[in-house]
Design a protein around this ligand. Sequence first.
Ligand SMILES: [Zn+2]
Length: 584
Amino acid sequence: MAIADDDIERLRSTVSIVDVVGQFVSLRKVGRNWVGLCPFHAEKTPSFNVREETGRYKCFGCDQSGDVFTFVQQHEHLDFVGAVEFLAAKAGIQLTYTSSGQSRERARRKQLVEAMQAAVDWYHDRLLNDPAARPARDYLRGRGLHGDVARTFKLGWAPDEWDALAKGSGIDGELLRTTGLAFTNRGNRLQDALRARVLFPIFSDTGEAVAIGGRVLPGSADPAKYKNSPETPIYSKSKTLYGLNWAKAEIVTSAEVVVCEGYTDVIGFHRVGIARAVATCGTALTEDHVRLLKRYANRVVLAFDADAAGQGAAERFYEWEQKYQVQVAVARLPGGRDPGELAERDPESLVRSVSSAAPFMQFRLQRVYDGVTARTPEDRARLAERAMAVVNEHPDPDRRRIYAGEVAAEVGLPVADLARVAAQRTRRPTITAPARPASWRENAEFAAIATLAQEWDAIAGWLVEELFNDDTNRRAFLAMAAAGGSLDGAIEAADPDAREVLARAAVADLDVDPEAEARNLIAAAVRRELASRSGVTGVDLIREDRDARLHLEELGTVNAGAASAEWLLGWLHRRMEERSGGGV
Ligand SMILES: [Zn+2]
C-alpha cells in the first residue's frame, strides 16, 4: 500500500459516488437509486444502478458492481492507487504516500509528466508572445486557428534555434532526454528535438501532457512535415489518442466517437461543434485504441479515407465489431477533403458527414455501386458479384444475409439467389444473369405486397406506409390496408397502376419468408431515413440515431430481430411525425 489508509477512508466518506458516476453517465433518480445506461456494456435501456447510502453501484445487465474506487478504476482504466489519486485530485485532498517501489514509479512518472507540461507551457508562451513567432501565428490564423483555439488546445511554437528549449525553459537535462524533448548531439551538447515548428501537445485521456507533435511551417526546407515525440515511459503511440482528454465528456454522453488522422482535424471538428473527435498519432487505428475507446462509446465513426485502408482493414474492423461490440461507421467527407479543411471551408458538410455516417459495410457497397448504371441482366449480375464479394468478407452469416437482401434490392436480382451466395460465402461469387429481365416488381417491396395479398396475417402487422419508397407500391399497399386485407376490395378501389401491381402480386410465386421480407423493407426504409438526416447534433437525437443503427444491425438476428423491427417501426414513425410537424 502506497497511500495511507486514513486518506483512503477520508476520501470514501467525502466523495459522493453519485457525483463521480454522474460525471460519466447521465443518471436519473428512481426511488432510492440513481439509474442510467451502463458505461461498461452496450445497452439501450438503463440497468446501471447507483446508491448513495451504500456507496455502491451495480449493473443488472452485465453484473459489474463495486464502490467508487472500482468504478474509477474500471472506467478510467487505472489501478487502485491511480483511482485514489484521481478522486483525491478532484476532492482537493492531499495524499500521504508511504514508501514502496510502486510509489517510486509513480513519483517518476509524475516527474516526467511535469517536465512535459513545463515544455508545453514554455512553447505555448513562445507562440503567444514571442515576436519571432509571427509567421507561425499567421499560418495558424490562415487555417482558421485563432488565439482562442491556440489557447484551448495549448498550441505552441518551437523557435528556429537548436537549443532554445534546453537553454531557456529551465527543465532538467535528464528529464528533457527521457521525455524525448531533447537529445545529446555529437558535440555532446543538449539539442532540442523540435525546431521551427507549430506544436500540438498530446495529453493522456486524463489530461496529463505526455508528448508533442510538431508540423513544419510552409516554406521550410525540412523534409519531415510532421515530427512527433518518440515512445517514452509516458507515451505509447498505439495506446494514445490525440484529443481524448477534451473529447471524453461528449463521447460518453453521445456514446459515439469520431476518429480522424490529424491534429488539425480534431480541432476542426471542435470548431464545428463536434467535440467527440480524436486522432491517432501517426499510426493506423490499433486494437489498443479500440479497447480504449470502447470504455466510452459503442460507435466509432471513421473520418478519413477508410477505403484506402482496403480489405485487410475491413477484416480487422469486423473482428473488432464482434469482439468489442462496437459499430464501425464511415463519414462521407465530400471531395476527398480532410476535416480540418472542411471545418474552414464548408462546416455544414462536415457536420453532415458525421450525422449521415454509414456502417463500414454499407460504405464499401456504396463504393461498388457508385457510378455504375447496370442496364442489362448481365450488368446486374456482374455488379452483384462485386457487391457480394464485399458482403462475403463479413464473418457473421446474419449480417451477410441482411446485406444480401440490400444488394438484391439495389441491383434488382431475386433476394433468394443472393442469400444463397451469402450462405456459401465464396470470395469470388459467380452469379448468372436472370433469364427474364428483373424489374422493380421483383424487389423486396413487391415481395412484401405479394405476401400481403396471399398471406395477409403473416406480414400485415409488420408493414407501414413509410416502408414503401416506390409510389405505385405504396398506393397498392394503401389499397390493401384500406380494404382490410381483402384482395378483391383492394383491386376494385386501386388506381390502374396500383391495380396492376396487385394483380401480379396475387399470382406471384411466393418463395419468401414473410417476416424476413418485412425486415428487409424496414432495413431499407431506416437506411433511407438515416441517410437523409443532416445536421443532427443534439445529444438525444444522436443517441436515438445511434440506437436506430444498432437495432438495424440486430434486425437479422434470430433473438433480437423481432424486437428491433418493432423499435425501428416506432422510430420511423416518430421521424415522419417530426417531419410533418416541421420540427427538427
Ligand atoms: Zn452493464
